[in-house]
Ligand binder design. Structure first.
Ligand SMILES: [Zn+2]
Length: 404
């Protein structure tokens, strides 16, 4: 991170249109995920977020705040004169320089000095997203495919904010040929467009909620329904009802593990028998940093780490197999700006609710008890998956153990 005080304040912006084009072009070139525009009492700063970390992109004199933010609001098609309320908009940007079209989701929020603008860059190359591209372990991929063969369950993708849950949902959706099914989605916001899928954007400000839309949607003769997120009891119950009346329902939920997801539904006062009969699979996921392929180096781990790895894997691997695993460590080079990492990868745990779990769900067992039963039935935990990915040299043990 650069030192903000030593950076020069940009005094001139001769052409705001060019300046913003350049800002977007640079974001594409550097594979940035978000652009943050913030006003302090002395200047405006623009930061780029990439792989969780921030870089300061520019520091600008306060006299340009109004021009810059107004231009962004025009592009995002939100109200220019509204600065007391948060607004959401979208920019479709065609970069002539980078030969790419991107979607930019724009969110504005009033702050004490001005408005903060955050822009999420969405690469339109969603053709690359599919079940094979989201780093599912072979065993997990097989589990997911097995469950998808029956088309009347609820499948939930669980994880904290920013764990790319929506990408996983889309990779599942894309496993179905939309011309063979009636697929409808309720999203907030719509991130990727898929041909022949009926995508609706939920607008809570004009009374539409997931629950009210879902009620109308089931009358549209759908086969597969994707609901952006289960946040409340009403949406959870309607999703369960849809699943029990022969629909496949896909959704996300904000929880930290597969087992905690069941607990969360019980805490929403959903009857355990409904959970047991409708919920079939939970894909819980997190992100870890991907090691830089240019500078990674074989690394002999110390005895303490060996013991930790062994303790985690002993349930699913033989002791001598574990000792043979080899790990890498990061070094740092020009490609990764000396950080040792470049990009992120998913780690998962896939919990399939076959009969063995029914008793635990019905008796409202705790998350840790459910986790224990599931691992006995060969669920690979998120940490185990991360250790495997470290052994496959995609990440490091350091990153894996950050998950706990
Ligand atoms: Zn490197």
């Amino acid at each position: 991170m650069q030192n903000i005080d030593s950076m020069k304040v940009r005094q001139e912006i001769p052409d705001v249109v060019n300046y913003i084009n350049e800002l977007f072009d640079d974001a594409i070139k550097d594979n940035v995920s978000d652009i943050h525009i913030e006003t302090t009492k002395d200047f405006l700063i623009i930061r780029h977020r990439k792989d969780w970390d921030f870089d300061i992109y520019d520091k600008i004199s306060l006299e340009h705040v109004s021009t810059l933010i107004t231009r962004l609001k025009v592009l995002a098609k939100v109200k220019i004169d509204e600065n007391k309320k948060p607004q959401d908009g979208k920019i479709v940007y065609v970069s002539e320089k980078e030969k790419e079209t991107i979607d930019i989701r724009v969110s504005t929020l009033p702050t004490i000095f001005w408005e903060k603008v955050v822009m999420r860059i969405l690469r339109q190359d969603e053709s690359l997203i599919n079940l094979e591209s989201i780093w599912l372990h072979d065993i997990n991929l097989e589990k997911v495919r097995n469950v998808l063969e029956s088309k009347y369950w609820i499948i939930l993708v669980a994880g904290p904010t920013g764990s790319w849950k929506s990408t996983t949902l889309f990779s599942i959706l894309k496993d179905f040929n939309p011309l063979e099914y009636n697929i409808s989605t309720l999203e907030d916001p719509v991130e990727y467009n898929i041909d022949f899928v009926n995508q609706s954007q939920i607008k809570p400000e004009i009374w539409y909620t997931f629950a009210s839309w879902l009620r109308s949607l089931v009358r549209q003769d759908p086969d597969i329904i994707m609901v952006w997120e289960i946040r409340d009891k009403e949406t959870a119950l309607l999703s369960i009802e849809a699943a029990l009346t022969w629909h496949l329902v896909l959704s996300t939920i904000h929880t930290n593990s597969a087992a905690a997801t069941i607990q969360r539904l019980i805490n929403m006062w959903i009857e355990p028998f409904l959970i047991a009969s409708a919920l079939k699979m939970i894909i819980s996921q997190r992100l870890v940093k991907k090691i830089c392929t240019h500078c990674k180096k074989v690394h002999e781990i110390d005895d303490l780490m060996k013991a930790r790895v062994k303790k985690e894997l002993l349930d699913i691997m033989e002791s001598d197999e574990i000792s043979e695993l080899q790990f890498y460590k990061w070094v740092g080079c020009e490609h990764c700006k000396n950080t040792g990492y470049a990009g992120r990868i998913w780690v998962h745990e896939v919990l399939v609710l076959w009969d063995y779990l029914e008793k635990s769900v019905l008796s409202m067992a705790s998350a840790s008890e459910i986790h224990k039963v599931a691992t006995k039935e060969w669920m690979i935990t998120i940490l185990q998956d991360a250790i495997f990915k470290a052994a496959l040299w995609d990440t490091t043990l350091e990153e894996a153990f950050k998950l706990i």
